[in-house]
Design a protein around this ligand. Structure first.
Ligand code: ATP
Ligand code: MG
Length: 389
């Protein structure tokens, strides 16, 4: 008897031409997330099997891997009806269920019992041994039996995977990661589409605290369980930000500040060979996120800006934040550089020519370059890795 996990691929099976690349990357991602465990992994272009004695913990790990549609607990036994019956009774002892149905697929036509008859007989075995009943429409447990020449496979519990694409298949983007609720969710959603990330955080000490920075690193380490090697680039933003407050009228400071953030992000993207900016902007959430603001802020770069939460309501974003366990950290009350000295009436419909005029008042290019050149890069560990240190 062999205990296995069957891994069904996610959306990638629809991408015929790229299937090989997708699956190879998925295998790499799984190997890196399972490093330290004892297991063997076999795959073809339809499915993957993992054999291990640590099945339970491996299932938990695999639930964090994008590109997996589902994970099925599976046993390989001899393909004769007595062995299948005996093993089934054994495996079901550890599972809680009241209703069930059996589905048999006889891939090996040399097996003497037809599929329907096999399901009926095994159903009888289950009924005799457990306090349960058959429900063909909505059972607690579906027992799938697949009979092949090399053996019989019993599929029991099926766990939903995250779906999406294997992380990295799309290359890397730069996530503007603040300590708020939206940007970690934006990062998670980008990872789900196969975009690996590096993170960018603007800090303004002493106006922003070390706690605020640590909070961002903590958020990065939480979403790192979907990636594995997130870096956080910390930009010393104080000088540039103070200069903006000196030179620019109050109502335009946020617009100009965000234009500077985009300029710094764009330069770092070129330096690090990344592809796109990703951030947590959501249409209409604050003055700097009206469509006009987005247009005026976005115009400083010709790189694509992906805003995964742009069209989500705050409550929908919060739901995801809770699901991915960033919410509790995000709501810790530390000031971000965007919330210090917040003007009373930030402009809602900024005028680009005014931005250009205000920006011409000081040598911002030099300050932007200084920010980029003085970035401190921190390699994030997942919370688990952190605990092990
Ligand atoms: P969040 O949007 O993450 O909840 P927030 O609401 O405080 O945080 P906004 O003012 O809405 O942030 O900023 C919009 C987006 O700009 C953020 O989602 C984030 O992507 C980016 N951003 C804001 N502040 C910073 C910062 N200090 N460092 C990096 N990115 C930032
Ligand atoms: Mg926000």
């Amino acid at each position: 008897m062999k205990k296995l996990l069957l891994i069904k691929y996610g959306e990638l099976t629809t991408k015929k031409g790229n299937r090989k690349t997708f699956i190879k990357l998925l295998v790499n991602n799984i190997n890196s997330i399972l490093s330290g465990f004892k297991y063997t992994l076999k795959y073809d272009y339809v499915r993957m099997y993992i054999e291990s004695d640590d099945i339970e913990i491996i299932i938990e790990k695999l639930k964090n891997v994008f590109g997996i549609h589902s994970i099925v607990e599976c046993y390989e036994v001899n393909n004769n009806i007595d062995d299948i019956s005996k093993s089934l009774v054994e495996f079901l002892k550890n599972i809680d269920f009241k209703t069930f149905k059996v589905e048999t697929k006889r891939a090996d036509k040399n097996f003497p019992i037809p599929s329907m008859e096999c399901s009926r007989r095994l159903g009888g075995v289950v009924l005799r041994n457990f306090n349960c009943s058959v429900d063909v429409h909505n059972p607690n447990l579906i027992i799938k039996i697949e009979i092949r020449a090399e053996g019989a496979f019993i599929y029991l519990r099926e766990f939903k995977g995250l779906g999406g694409y294997p992380v990295g298949i799309q290359g890397k983007g730069l996530l503007m990661l603040s300590g708020g609720i939206d940007s970690p969710v934006a990062g998670y959603l980008a990872l789900k589409r196969g975009v690996d990330l590096e993170c960018l955080y603007f800090e303004s000490p002493p106006h922003t605290s070390l706690e605020a920075k640590n909070k961002v690193i903590k958020l990065a380490s939480i979403i790192n369980k979907y990636s594995g090697n997130l870096k956080v680039h910390v930009v010393p933003f104080t000088k540039l930000q103070e200069e903006i407050y000196k030179q620019v009228p109050d109502n335009y400071v946020i617009t100009i500040m965000r234009r500077m953030m985009y300029r710094i992000a764009s330069k770092l993207i070129l330096k690090r060979h990344l592809k796109v900016i990703i951030n947590g902007e959501s249409i209409g959430q604050v003055a700097s996120q009206t469509l006009t603001s987005m247009q005026v802020i976005n115009s400083v770069t010709n790189l694509p800006v992906i805003r995964p939460v742009a069209c989500m309501d705050k409550l929908e974003i919060i739901d995801v934040a809770k699901k991915i366990e960033t919410y509790e950290t995000s709501i810790l009350p530390f000031e971000d550089c965007c919330t210090i000295f917040l003007p009373k009436h930030p402009v809602i419909n900024p005028d680009e020519s005014k931005c250009l005029e205000y920006e011409s008042r000081f040598n911002y290019e030099k300050l932007v370059d200084e920010c980029v050149n003085n970035i401190e890069t921190i390699t994030t560990l997942t919370e688990k890795q952190d605990e092990l240190l």
